[in-house]
Design a protein around this ligand. Structure first.
Ligand SMILES: NC(=O)c1ccc[n+]([C@@H]2O[C@H](COP(=O)([O-])OP(=O)(O)OC[C@H]3O[C@@H](n4cnc5c(N)ncnc54)[C@H](O)[C@@H]3O)[C@@H](O)[C@H]2O)c1
Ligand SMILES: O=C(O)C(=O)C[C@@H](O)[C@H](O)[C@H](O)COP(=O)(O)O
Ligand SMILES: [Zn+2]
Length: 362
């Protein structure tokens, strides 16, 4: 088992990574300080892993109940969130309850937001079951639901007590979801870890082939990068914004196509190509590093072209980005592989031209 810590003073918490950690009653017992837990999961993950988790809770001597949500990004909204509150109230769950998110990023973001707001805040733990959620969404305390006009528009920062990433559950993950998770893995190499990017170039085929050692290494190095950033800047006043590389474009793709049509990781893959293209055209990223960036995203099986929504529509959707300040877009762009920066003065015409160059042909 590999162990990392998200260092946030009194609110620090462990990330445990390894095959079979889902069965670790000790890890759960150490993190849960309430007599009851409510598991939040969905109708795809529940038949696969809910019994395993409840057996672990029983061994830890913790009483549990569960709420099963409909699957998918299209359900990451108020209506579904409310079904969590309905179940908690109907079950007389009081403030001495811990929520347990069992699932991918959609479940984690919604359960986390429910925990941040139920009775003004209760503890929660993350048991991420997709590659994307193991390398990114379960760590760092961003929780949210979508609004039809924009991605993750309503949410809160609320840190979990524990992240338990069982790498064996990735065996049941569809290939398309595995590839989507690789987008966020590549992101860490691009924004701050050039050695990790080099490693990914030589291990991408192993990762696609689900080599257990390569996956565990990628998860650990991703979580190490994310936890360092979160420890430095928990609420995105500065460096944390770099974790948004490709997301301003990607979120526009997700909202513009309708939530769930493009997977988050797919939209981030195409979005990172847009960001790299703009960086190269502005003269900040060399052609050689640009080509390496696009090549790795393509080798990961991710889209390198976005849908042809039209640059004007992209810009309209991007205007809702949470990094916008005084009406001005702030974009994460690349100076090099491993060196990202926020830019707020890129001419709109240049952004539009880069988008047009990176969209599927009609
Ligand atoms: N909070 C953050 O910091 C953060 C970071 C990145 C992404 N996100 C959010 O995470 C979401 C995307 O997460 P995701 O990619 O995990 O998508 P997801 O939660 O929709 O999961 C992908 C699919 O895989 C299924 N699944 C989950 N685990 C499985 C398993 N072990 N075996 C088989 N099927 C399984 C799910 O039911 C779903 O159908 C987006 O909403 C995104 O905005 C949040
Ligand atoms: O943890 C962060 O910070 C991130 O930005 C991670 C992203 O991968 C993630 O998709 C996040 O939800 C996007 O944040 P948002 O604030 O733009 O909604
Ligand atoms: Zn993301």
């Amino acid at each position: 088992m590999r162990k990392l810590t998200v260092a946030l003073g009194e609110r620090s918490y462990p990330i445990l990574i390894g095959e079979g950690v889902l069965d670790s009653a000790d890890a759960i017992a150490a993190a849960v300080n309430t007599p009851r837990v409510a598991i939040v999961t969905n109708d795809v993950v529940a038949p696969l892993y809910l019994d395993r988790l409840t057996a672990t809770l029983a061994r830890a001597g913790i009483a549990y109940d569960s709420v099963v949500l409909p699957d998918g990004e299209a359900h990451k909204n108020w209506q579904t969130l409310n079904t969590i509150f309905d179940a908690l109230l109907a079950g007389h769950f009081d403030r001495s309850t811990t929520l347990v998110a069992l699932g991918g990023g959609v479940v984690g973001d919604m359960a986390g937001f429910a925990a941040a707001t139920y009775q003004r805040g209760i503890p929660f733990i993350q048991i991420p079951t997709t590659l994307l959620s193991q390398v990114d969404s379960s760590v760092g305390g961003k929780t949210a639901i979508n609004h039809p006009l924009g991605k993750n528009m309503i949410g809160a920062f609320h840190q979990p007590q524990l992240v338990l990433a069982d790498t064996a559950v990735l065996n049941t993950l569809p290939d398309r979801e595995l590839k989507a998770g690789l987008a966020e893995v590549i992101k860490y190499g691009l924004i701050r870890d050039p050695a990790f990017f080099d490693w990914l170039e030589s291990h991408i085929d192993k990762l696609l082939g689900r080599d257990p050692l390569a996956l565990a290494e990628a998860i650990e190095r991703s979580c190490a990068n994310k936890s360092q950033i979160v420890s430095e800047d928990e609420t995105e006043r500065g460096v944390r914004a770099l974790l948004n590389l490709g997301h301003t474009f990607g979120h526009a793709i997700e909202a513009g196509m309708g939530f769930g049509v493009w997977l988050h990781g797919e939209a981030v893959g195409a979005g990172m190509v847009m960001a790299a293209t703009l960086s190269q055209r502005q003269g900040w990223l060399s052609m050689q590093q640009y080509e390496r960036t696009v090549a790795l995203i393509a080798r990961a099986g991710l889209p390198v072209l976005g849908p042809r929504l039209g640059a004007a529509r992209y810009l309209e959707l991007m205007a809702h980005d949470k990094k916008v300040e005084a009406g001005r877009l702030r974009l994460v762009l690349l100076r090099d592989i491993g060196d990202a920066e926020i830019f707020s003065d890129v001419p709109t015409a240049d952004i539009a031209a880069a988008i047009d160059a990176c969209c599927e042909s009609a």
